[in-house]
Write a protein that binds this ligand. Structure first.
Ligand code: BGC
Length: 349
């Protein structure tokens, strides 16, 4: 079979090449790939800035936003041939730390977790892949190709749970949410916040293209420009850009008692000479919480499945803005102006 592989740490090493069929040790469920979404993490890995190959191997099969069709469900009866499934990304560390021991691998404390397509286990950009049945999430079959949006939705489902958990440290009746960034994570974050009945505002740099209309179609308000200028103090900021200046603005604009949840993984982003103590004083005097959130556990995978199943299909379909065949994967790794979610499509859903 063929797979898209990369040598982690070496920029420009990605190839679509012959690769051995997945071995039985990788899981008893055999899956035919339908599509794999591309996110910033994949681009970072392809650029040699992130990612780790499995022990004993030089190359890593890329891809963590999966969608596939079960070819062989294996001995357990939990899945059937033809089911559409998405593979959970992270595996608990082997020690295990207390979080991994209770199934909260997203909160791993010792960093020894592994992640498919990212850290020490092969990903899903291969024509066939295998998975352990307990890590294969069956999706609502009416979603079809849109099931490829499940993994990014899990990231948002976890972030929302974090905001809610933090919020409940005190009397908590949030009304307004500001989402910074209208990429896939930002738009899915807006979807989740709308489904929770909040007044949602989404901010991005662009003034045209599909993003403003997608935000409005959710019943949310679109803002172009700086978060500092939105004209209100949101109870919750879901920060989905990872950009230093936007993060700085988010901390300034959030309401007293409000929560800022950081989901973007940026780098650098020094903002002038940041008055750190002044900013901290602001956080103290206004009882703010800044919480980082990464990955997702099974609870969030379940919730994300519910979110997508309830969402308007044509709205979701607009998020998948470009489909690329695997032999042209390099085109998928290059951003184009109107891209939202680019997917590599291996077969029909
Ligand atoms: C993935 C997460 C993963 C994180 C860090 C993200 O792109 O969606 O599942 O935990 O990268 O590796």
């Amino acid at each position: 079979m063929k797979a898209i592989t990369v040598e982690p740490g070496r920029a420009g090493s990605a190839r679509f090449e012959e690769f051995p069929e997945p071995g039985a040790r990788e899981g008893s469920v055999l899956v035919e790939a339908v599509a794999v979404g591309i996110c910033g993490t994949d681009v970072e890995i392809a650029d040699g800035k992130y990612g780790w190959a499995p022990e004993g191997s030089k190359r890593l099969v890329l891809g963590h936003e999966s969608l596939g069709r079960v070819i062989d469900p294996g001995p357990r009866e939990t899945l059937r041939r033809g089911d559409l499934v998405v593979g959970i990304v992270r595996r608990p560390d082997p020690v295990p730390c207390p979080s991994c021991a209770v199934g909260e691998w997203d909160m791993c404390r010792n960093g020894k977790y592994t992640e498919r397509g990212i850290k020490e286990i092969h990903g899903f950009m291969s024509e066939r892949w295998r998975i352990e049945p307990e890590y294969a999430m069956k999706i609502d079959s009416s979603l079809g190709l849109l099931g490829v949006l499940l993994e990014p939705t899990t990231v948002v489902a976890k972030a929302w749970e974090q905001v809610s958990a933090v919020g409940h440290r005190a009397f908590w009746e949030p009304r307004t949410v500001l989402v910074t960034g209208a990429g896939p994570i930002g738009l899915l974050a807006a979807l989740v916040a709308v489904q929770h009945g909040l007044e949602v505002h989404v901010l991005d740099r662009v003034e045209s293209g599909p993003k403003p209309d997608l935000v409005r179609a959710l019943g949310a308000t679109y803002h172009a420009g700086a978060a500092a200028d939105v004209g209100f103090q949101p109870d919750v900021v879901l920060e989905c850009t990872g950009v230093g200046a936007v993060i700085g603005d988010a901390l300034q604009v959030v309401s007293s008692g409000g929560v800022v949840c950081l989901t973007g993984v940026g780098s650098g982003g020094r903002v002038g000479t940041l008055p750190m103590a002044d900013m901290a004083a602001n956080v103290v005097l206004r009882n703010n919480v800044v919480v980082g959130s990464v990955n997702a556990n099974k609870r969030h995978w379940y919730r994300a499945g519910e979110t997508l199943a309830r969402a308007d299909r044509s709205w979701l379909a607009h998020l998948v803005s470009r489909r690329v065949p695997p032999e042209e994967f390099e085109k998928a790794l290059k951003r184009e102006p109107d891209d939202i979610k680019v997917v590599i499509q291996f077969s029909e859903a």
